[in-house]
Design a protein around this ligand. Structure first.
Ligand code: ATP
Length: 204
């Protein structure tokens, strides 16, 4: 099985930005958010079960998930969230494994926003790479990117692992408070290390 890195970080930390830099080295990126989106698009693999479990009201006229309605429904209702995840998580896993078996290259990267929160993902990857920045930076980025209020961003952050919990789970850390730590050299350094680790794992 191809050597796998799990890339994670809090909302707005810069996971996509960092993943794009690894992709410039020819590394396959498997983005669980993009897969979650595709299985809930029109005709997506999760849609029949979502319609059965939650009803037509959660399906938009084009057949996609009504994301705003579902977000509201699960945000404070853990049981509803668990029902949704019981549908989506196995499909996401299957799709990730399919993408992983198709992936070319010396190692691959799974982008998993809630990796630290999920025991299964931690077991699936050889190393955990955390994209780190201060909470102030996260809040500022997400307010400006999504037009959210500070309270909205903080409510989302409160449902994710804390910065300290993520750092405790990290094998590697990228500092993305970018003013003092440009990303590209950090990615280049890690890429070189991952090539070595992957070659060693291959040789075993
Ligand atoms: P999410 O969890 O919300 O999907 P993410 O962790 O993938 O976010 P990005 O989308 O990469 O984060 O970055 C969040 C926002 O911050 C984007 O608008 C991005 O352009 C900006 N951003 C990320 N890193 C930097 C940086 N080093 N300098 C300036 N802007 C940045």
């Amino acid at each position: 099985m191809t050597y796998a890195i799990g890339l994670t970080g809090g909302i707005g930390s810069g996971k996509t930005t960092v993943a794009n830099l690894f992709a410039t080295h020819g590394i396959a990126i498997i983005d669980t958010d993009a897969i979650a989106h595709s299985i809930t698009a029109p005709g997506g693999a999760a849609m029949p079960a979502i319609r059965r479990e939650f009803g037509d009201a959660f399906v938009a006229p084009d057949g996609a998930l009504d994301r705003a309605r579902m977000r509201d429904a699960v945000f404070t209702d853990d049981a509803a969230r668990a029902r949704l995840e019981a549908i989506t998580h196995p499909l996401i896993r299957t799709e990730c494994e399919r993408a992983a078996s198709d992936a070319q290259g010396p190692y691959l990267i799974f982008v998993v926003p809630l990796l630290v929160e999920s025991g299964k993902w931690r077991e699936r990857v050889q190393r955990v790479l955390v994209v780190d920045c201060t909470e102030q930076t996260q809040i500022a980025r997400v307010m400006s990117r999504n037009g959210f209020t500070r309270d909205q961003v903080q409510a989302i952050m409160a449902r994710q692992a804390s910065r300290a919990q993520r750092l405790a789970a990290a094998d590697d850390v990228i500092d993305n408070d970018a003013l003092h730590a440009p990303l590209a050299p950090q990615v280049d350094r890690l890429h070189a290390a991952y090539l070595k680790f992957a070659a060693q794992a291959e040789g075993r």
